[in-house]
Ligand binder design. Structure first.
Ligand SMILES: Cc1ncc(COP(=O)(O)O)c(C=O)c1O
Ligand SMILES: [Zn+2]
Length: 400
């Protein structure tokens, strides 16, 4: 039988969506698998089918899926040339059904919910996870509850609300809201699949399996991932750890977690050589979707990153916005500021260390830029206005 496990005290617990934290250490639990042979079912197109031996179920109900996964791994040729980078790729998770990587996790958590007969699900979110949970909840016909931060943008609020869910904007501390949601969930029988939900993290692994397959089993040397709660990075590391345990690869890539400077409790703890982070009080960044002041997965990230010789770094809002523009202008990739932290982090690191020309680098692009257009400045885009009769003249003036 698969179980939950605390990687701090190594205690095991039964799989239970209503008990996601170690009662002793208060840290999130992760899924531990019983030892058995695992293979990749390469003939399957559905990623949950293909990697099912690494996931916490034997059968998959495709009626609960929205077509998540199989995202492109795009070679960043033009940026490589411009910045003298080694082979660099973007794993573009913006193409998921609700335009962010969150669908990877929600897809798996909803399969589990349905298999256990759970009919009420929920999440606490700054936006993307709320939209994803709302969409999958609607597809599954489950009653869905989304608690959002007071400052959640109207676009994000409405993109969740359209699915006909119970949407509650909550005034108050966001870190405390997550703790409270679990208590409310137990009382009202709502399975809260928040950012470090153990099953959600299992779904996040699938991005990693796809990277492994798309690179034709050549391991990348570096993988850059944005970090807020830490759930996605934990999932990606877990994927490569399991690939190594099962002898698919010999070495785990170096993971670089990237936070926004104005909300970087994990990067600060890493820089200070600490094993536990300290929550911050006033998170603020242009990368609004990665501003969790009290990341529930922060200590697991620190433990794994220290053990595997990875790093967690922080980048400024200026660096983030510059990287967002670079991805759009050189590669046709319009991503969220949160996702652009990966390129900002790579360019920052490149100044400090030399990459080998044989290195392979993957930037995980977590969400689509259209979700947050309010960060863009039209004045920088040189938009021209002209009358139809003047259009020809206008073009001529551009070409001069
Ligand atoms: C677009 C985007 N990128 C990255 C992240 C970071 O993921 P995690 O909270 O699992 O660390 C988030 C989290 O909300 C996000 O919305
Ligand atoms: Zn524990």
């Amino acid at each position: 039988m698969n179980q939950f496990e605390c990687i701090f005290c190594n205690k095991k617990y039964p799989l239970n969506p209503f008990r996601q934290f170690c009662p002793q250490c208060k840290e999130p639990l992760l899924v531990a698998y019983e030892k058995k042979k695992r293979i990749i079912h390469s003939d399957a197109i559905n990623p949950l089918e293909k990697f099912r031996d690494f996931l916490p179920f034997d059968t998959i109900n495709p009626d609960l899926q929205l077509g998540e996964g199989n995202s492109p791994l795009q070679k960043l040729n033009r940026l490589m040339l411009e910045f003298g980078l080694p082979e660099t790729y973007a794993k573009n998770e913006s193409i998921n059904p609700t335009a962010s990587f969150k669908d990877r996790g929600t897809a798996v958590a909803v399969q589990i919910a349905a298999s256990l007969g759970i009919t009420r699900i929920g999440t606490v979110s700054t936006g993307n996870m709320g939209i994803s949970t709302a969409a999958y909840g609607a597809k599954a016909g489950m009653e869905t509850f989304v608690f959002t931060k007071e400052d959640t943008s109207t676009e994000k609020l409405l993109s969740a609300g359209i699915h006909g869910i119970n949407l509650i904007k909550v005034k108050g501390d966001y870190g405390k809201l997550s703790h409270k949601s679990f208590k409310i969930g137990k009382k009202h029988n709502i399975y809260f699949m928040n950012s470090t939900d153990p099953f959600r993290i299992e779904g996040y692994k699938v991005t990693g399996f796809e990277i492994y397959e798309q690179l034709k089993k050549k391991n990348p040397q570096f993988i850059f991932v944005p970090v807020s709660s830490g759930g996605y990075l934990i999932g990606l590391i877990k994927c490569f750890k399991e690939l190594k345990e099962k002898k698919f690869i010999q070495r785990i890539p170096t993971f670089v977690g990237v936070q926004a400077k104005g909300s970087s409790p994990v990067a600060q703890a890493f820089a200070a050589g600490k094993s536990k982070y300290k929550r911050i009080n006033k998170p603020s960044s242009v990368a609004q979707s990665i501003t969790n002041p009290e990341p529930p997965g922060g200590n697991i990230v620190l433990k794994l990153i220290h053990k595997l010789d990875g790093m967690v770094i922080a980048v400024s809002d200026e660096e983030i916005l510059a990287a967002q523009k670079l991805l759009a202008r050189f590669e046709g990739l319009f991503c969220l500021p949160a996702s652009a932290t990966t390129l900002a982090g790579l360019l920052k690191l490149q100044k400090k260390r030399k990459f080998n020309s044989t290195d392979r680098i993957v930037l995980v692009i977590t969400g689509a830029g259209v979700k947050n257009i309010n960060v863009l400045d039209p004045d920088t885009m040189k938009i021209k206005y002209t009358d139809l009769s003047e259009l020809d003249k206008s073009i001529a003036s551009i070409q001069d």
